[in-house]
Ligand binder design. Structure first.
Ligand code: WTA
Length: 635
């Protein structure tokens, strides 16, 4: 029996039991069977969650691009690796074969290397969803440089914070980007960011929108001429299995963003294995994940997982609403997509539109549908199932995180019976636990608790870049000897998991994780603001939206409230990006605080959600009267 492709429920249970009985042997078999190693490992796993230290396949050597590209050349050289679908439907799609990809990645690797980038150096990539993005990521991996992709919707401040945190010497960007009808001046944002980044020596600029931009002499260079002159082969750098592959920033509930550090060998086998099983990928399928490569979903399930399987992976530059709300379905029909993976927020937005947008297209090529990023509500699940899958396609509700590197809980389609709003069962090798408030594991079903993982899996993040202590404090301190996810979950009678949402101060808005503290810090920069508190409240498309309670300094009291609201959102856009803008801003004379000075967010959350029937005990507050005022004036 091959461990690699699960085909029915009984097999899932067999494989799962085996994976838990002897995880090392299980993952060793996967690693043996399917990948190219320059040298095999001395030891499969060494771990200690108290430090925390996790090492998979120590002693092994490999290059992930050799596995994602080179080894396919002989049998799949002419097969499309990346299918690029541009923003404008009238612009032709581009089929990048494995052979083309090899050439493009090697040329880019030569350019990076000529610019002095070596193994271990950090390269920040700030690009729209164009082929250069995937090529840059893979070129870094080819030469052993650590890529850190920053989502191209982030502001210049967010970008400079990340560049400085990881100490990048190089930034790869483009003159601009298309987003539906709009163009965005990416290079301008980079220029502004770099005013605060003295260590960046080189900026490579891809041409996309052909706009006029400033090129700083000695620092900025157009990519195209460099690539043209570059040699089309580059020997892959031999990496240790535990050498860093990338850093990807994610929001924490406090402080600056966390640079999650992922390493090479374990990440490769886990993303490859889960891609194949969760999407039941077969040769000649055309797989499309609508995420941006700026997020972990794009790293693991647009680039590495699919390419490690020799798949055809679609990269879409545009948005679901351009030129109209039928765009996704037009693309499904045009490219005969077999697996379609998107976010609940996109499904909810599309479900609001006329069904004609979907009925116009032939979606019969679809076999498996996926969702990720936040809990999917029942209504959206059924709409997806009825109208996109036409009740023929299992929906994989995949739960995972930037930190986990790959999908941990998900149905295996055609094996695991699905259940709306349930991510269902752990994938092989994944050992979840629900914990009660006292820190004990809840055994038996049903159960409701905080979701932890008890045993390492190969693609877990190994650290936070430059701050291992924070890694330990955030993930390994809440519950002894367990990885704490920050999520709450239910487990039903048969053991299916349903993720209920964050239990910390991270709010997921349209699938993007936003920490409350960084937004509050941004708002507090406004000269009229004394203090602020952000909470989430339910929103029918975004899942959650942001509600800000703001107290003003005396100087701000006389100001026009609507102008202030605009200015506050402007400050947030500058510091973080438009995704963190507040939907509602309520000005108040104070914030409810405990005697130790902590803001009682629980109360603010209830008021924002219009759930004021039972606010709980407010008598311990320092200023209970302020709660009355806030309730009366709530928006
Ligand atoms: C949430 C995205 C419910 C969860 C891959 C997690 C989900 C956070 C699901 C990580 C799901 C992700 N059901 N909630 N299927 N998938 N989440 O780091 O709260 O962007 O902790 O990784 O998204 O978001 P991140």
């Amino acid at each position: 029996m091959s461990n690699y492709h699960i085909k029915h429920l009984e097999e899932y249970f067999q494989v799962y039991r085996k994976s838990v009985r002897d995880p090392e042997n299980f993952w060793e078999e996967v690693a043996e069977e399917h990948f190219v190693w320059r040298k095999k490992w001395d030891k499969v796993l060494e771990w200690d969650f108290s430090k925390p230290e996790i090492k998979w396949f120590q002693g092994a050597q490999l290059n992930i691009t050799e596995n994602c590209i080179d080894r396919h050349l002989r049998i799949r050289g002419e097969k499309t690796a990346i299918l690029f679908e541009p923003n404008d439907p009238n612009e032709e799609a581009e089929n990048i074969t494995y052979k083309d990809l090899h050439g493009r990645v090697c040329r880019m690797a030569n350019v990076l290397s000529e610019k002095g980038i070596k193994k271990g150096d950090r390269v920040v990539i700030y690009l729209p969803m164009i082929p250069e993005l995937a090529v840059s990521v893979l070129a870094c991996a080819r030469i052993g440089a650590i890529h850190s992709v920053v989502f191209a919707g982030f502001s210049s401040t967010a970008l400079s914070t990340r560049i400085n945190d990881c100490g990048a010497k190089m930034v790869i960007t483009s003159d601009g980007s298309y987003r539906g009808k709009k163009t965005i001046d990416l290079k301008g944002i980079v220029d502004e960011a770099l005013n605060d980044c003295p260590d960046v020596e080189t900026v490579l600029v891809a041409k996309r929108i052909d706009s006029k931009i400033d090129m700083k002499a000695g620092r900025d260079e157009w990519l195209a001429p460099l690539l043209e002159g570059a040699y089309g082969d580059f020997p892959p750098e031999v990496m240790d299995a535990e050498d860093p592959l990338f850093i990807l920033y994610t929001s924490g509930s406090t402080g600056k963003p966390k640079g999650m550090l992922h390493t090479t060998g374990g990440y490769m086998i886990y993303t490859a294995y889960t891609f194949k099983n969760v999407f039941q990928y077969r040769e000649n399928d055309i797989y499309w994940c609508t995420a941006d490569i700026g997020w972990i979903t794009g790293h693991s399930y647009i680039i590495y997982g699919p390419l490690a399987n020799g798949a055809t992976t679609v990269m879409f530059e545009g948005v679901p609403s351009y030129p109209d709300f039928g765009r996704f379905w037009e693309i499904v029909q045009k490219h005969k997509i077999t697996q379609f993976y998107t976010a609940p927020t996109a499904i909810r937005a599309l479900a609001k539109e006329n069904l004609d947008f979907i009925k116009k297209y032939d979606l019969s090529s679809l076999k498996v549908l996926g969702t990720v990023g936040e809990p999917i509500n029942e209504e959206a699940w059924h709409w997806y199932n009825d109208h996109v899958g036409e009740k023929q396609c299992p929906i994989v509700d995949t739960w995972w995180q930037t930190e986990t590197g790959g999908i941990l809980i998900s149905p295996v389609p055609f094996s695991t019976p699905t259940k709306p709003t349930y991510a269902t069962l752990p994938l092989p090798g994944v050992q979840p636990a629900l914990m009660d408030e006292k820190g004990a594991e809840i055994k038996g079903n049903p159960a409701d608790g905080r979701l932890c993982i008890k045993y390492p899996w190969p693609s877990m993040a190994r650290s936070i870049w430059g701050n291992h202590q924070r890694y330990k404090d955030t993930y390994f301190s809440a519950f002894e000897n367990k990885y704490f996810t920050g999520d709450g979950a239910l487990r039903d009678e048969v053991g299916y998991y349903r993720i209920t949402g964050r239990v910390d101060d991270v709010i997921i808005v349209s699938g993007h994780n936003l920490g409350t503290a960084p937004i509050e810090d941004a708002i507090n920069e406004h000269p009229a603001v004394a203090e602020s508190a952000i909470v989430g409240f339910p929103h029918d498309i975004k899942g959650n939206a942001l509600y800000g309670y703001v107290t003003l300094k005396e100087t701000g009291e006389s100001r026009d409230r609507d102008n202030l609201r605009k200015e506050i959102n402007q400050v947030i856009t500058e510091h973080i990006g438009p995704i963190a803008k507040l939907d509602k801003i309520q000005f108040t004379s104070g914030l409810p605080k405990t005697r130790s000075g902590k803001i009682m967010r629980r109360i603010l959350r209830k008021i924002a959600s219009k759930d004021t029937g039972n606010l709980g005990d407010t008598s311990t507050l320092l200023n209970p009267e302020v709660v009355e005022e806030i309730m009366e004036e709530a928006l």
